[in-house]
Each structure stands twice: as structure tokens, then as C-alpha cells.
Design a protein around this ligand. Structure first.
Ligand SMILES: NC(=O)c1ccc[n+]([C@@H]2O[C@H](COP(=O)([O-])OP(=O)(O)OC[C@H]3O[C@@H](n4cnc5c(N)ncnc54)[C@H](OP(=O)(O)O)[C@@H]3O)[C@@H](O)[C@H]2O)c1
Length: 270
């Protein structure tokens, strides 16, 4: 059996959306540790700066960042123009994008449909659904054919199971799942791999965003149970991207052992 000494991600360009916190920030460090070159995007540039510094400390050969709002086509275009300049730099060993991680997104509110707010619905569809297709459309021309490149989308257990108060978030992540599947058809024959990693409860800024900054409410989501960490998911993303080039990890559901199903969570009493 052959074992590779050098990571297949060494010196390769990896683009991560939503890299300012949670899974995206942890993924920057994890891909950095494999010697990848990073292109990081999100709206909070001050946070991206810290993440890029951390990723460099972890071993990233290069870590660059630029403001990105995946809900705006103009922002995606400006970001990808910037990213293209970095990737096509004649000094670059690999002048293609090896990994695209469509991670930017999240939930806004936990209202029933009867109580739902247009702004929350629109933000969720814009980032979790349209953000994925906008970024993918813009990134595809930079991705090499038959060279083990990967598009990894971040879905959710919410894309598989509906729950009260989650109608639009569940719809958005079900949309992400179907986009991933459609892309696999569209890219058949290119050698570009397409997959989705769908986590359950993970303690990031996700609940803080969902509950609009209410830290106490956010904390309750994880009370008495052991949630996934951002690092757990980051490690899996690196593993998915590092499989041999003929192997596609289609769909991966990852839950904490304390979560049997959405809404069925084991909580320890204090
Ligand atoms: N944590 C969980 O339990 C869980 C479970 C399943 C799936 N997910 C999914 O995992 C992904 C990452 O979430 P997380 O848990 O790591 O939460 P998080 O800590 O809140 O991170 C979300 C990231 O997405 C970015 N983002 C949001 N809207 C954006 C936009 N319009 N344009 C660009 N960036 C945007 C945020 O950056 P800025 O605010 O700086 O733009 C942030 O970096 C999301 O797609 C989420 O739906 C999370």
C-alpha cells in the first residue's frame, strides 16, 4: 500500500467563504496546516485579518483576505477579480483554484412562517442558496480539469429534516443540497469533485447570529450536551479535499453523538 508523505494540498490555492468565524476560520487554520495557500472572504474584514494571521502561524504558505458579501453579485465579482489576480500570479507554482469551500451562510431567526420576517427569509436564501451558485459560477473558470479540484458546500441536517421555526433555513439548506447534486451532473467529465458536508449542532457564532446577538438564548442551544466544534468540521473538510483525485465524497452528515436527530438531543442534568 502506498502512503503519501507530502499533503496533496501543499501550495494549492484554497478559497473559503465565511472565513471570519466558525467553520470557515477553523478551516483556514486546518488547510493552512497542510501548507495550502488561502484566499479568505467574509464581510468582517478585521476578523479575516486575524484569521489569516492565525492560518499563517499554522503553516499556510500564503493567506490573503478580501471583503466578500456572497449575497451581492457585485461583491462576488470584485472578490473573484481580486482572487484571480492572486491565483494567476506568474510567481505562483499552481495557477488554478484547487478547492472552493462554499461555507458562508447561517440562520436568521427561529420564527414560524406565520410570524416570519421578510428580511430574515431573504438573507437566508441570498447567502445559503444564491451565494453558493454565485461563487461557484465565478470560481469555475479558475478550477483545473482532471486534477483533483473540489467544490465543497456546507449544508446542514436542516437540509434533510424540517423543524418548527426553521422553514426557510431548512428550505435553504435543502436547496444547497440539490445545487450540490445538480452540479455533480453538470461537472461530470471535468474531474472536478463536488460534495456537501452537512453538520448537526456545532458551537460557533451560528446561534448568536440566529438569535440576533442574544448570547443567553444562543448558549441554551448547547446546554448539557457536547456539540461539534468548528475544528471537528475543519478536519473533515481537509480530509474530503485530500482524497485521491478519483474519489468523490458526495454527502456527509456529521452530528454530535448527543444528537440522534434534529430536535432529539441528549442533555445531561447539572
Ligand atoms: N453551527 C452549526 O450548528 C451549523 C450546522 C450546520 C450548518 N451550519 C452552516 O455552516 C456554515 C458556517 O456557519 P458557522 O456555524 O461557522 O457560523 P458562524 O460562526 O456564524 O460563521 C458564518 C460565517 O459566514 C459568514 N457570512 C454570513 N453571511 C455572509 C455573506 N452574506 N457574505 C459573506 N460571508 C457571510 C460570516 O462572516 P461575516 O459575518 O463576517 O460576513 C461567518 O464568517 C453556514 O453555512 C451555516 O449555515 C452551521
Amino acid at each position: 500500500m502506498k502512503h503519501q508523505n507530502q499533503s496533496p494540498l501543499k501550495n494549492k490555492w484554497v478559497l473559503i467563504t465565511g472565513a471570519s468565524s466558525g467553520f470557515g476560520a477553523a478551516a483556514a487554520c486546518a488547510f493552512g496546516a497542510k501548507g495550502a495557500k488561502l484566499l479568505l472572504g467574509a464581510r468582517r474584514v478585521d476578523r479575516l485579518k486575524q484569521v489569516a494571521a492565525e492560518a499563517r502561524k499554522n503553516g499556510a504558505v500564503e493567506a490573503h483576505y478580501h471583503k466578500l458579501d456572497v449575497s451581492q453579485t457585485a461583491s462576488v465579482k470584485a472578490f473573484m477579480d481580486w482572487a484571480t489576480g492572486k491565483i494567476r500570479n506568474p510567481k505562483s507554482e499552481f495557477r488554478t483554484l484547487h478547492v472552493l469551500i462554499n461555507n458562508a451562510g447561517g440562520a436568521h431567526g427561529l420564527d414560524t412562517v406565520a410570524e416570519g420576517k421578510d428580511a430574515d427569509w431573504e438573507a437566508m436564501i441570498q447567502s445559503n442558496v444564491l451565494g453558493v451558485v454565485r461563487m461557484t459560477r465565478a470560481a469555475l473558470p479558475l478550477m483545473p480539469r482532471d486534477a483533483g479540484a473540489s467544490i465543497i458546500n456546507i449544508g446542514s441536517v436542516a437540509g434533510h429534516t424540517a423543524y418548527e421555526g426553521g422553514a426557510v433555513y431548512c428550505a435553504a439548506k435543502a436547496g444547497e443540497l440539490q445545487i450540490t447534486r445538480a452540479l455533480r451532473h453538470e461537472l461530470l467529465g471535468t474531474g472536478i469533485r463536488v460534495g456537501t458536508v452537512d453538520p448537526g449542532l456545532a458551537e460557533t457564532e451560528f446561534s448568536l447570529v440566529r438569535f440576533k446577538g442574544d448570547g443567553a438564548q444562543a448558549k441554551k442551544v448547547y446546554q448539557g450536551m457536547k456539540p461539534l466544534t468548528a475544528e471537528d468540521i475543519a478536519e473533515i473538510l481537509v480530509w474530503v479535499a485530500g482524497r485521491p483525485s478519483h474519489v468523490n465524497i458526495d454527502e456527509l452528515i456529521v452530528k454530535p453523538v448527543d444528537q440522534a436527530e434534529v430536535g432529539k438531543v441528549f442533555r445531561r442534568k447539572k
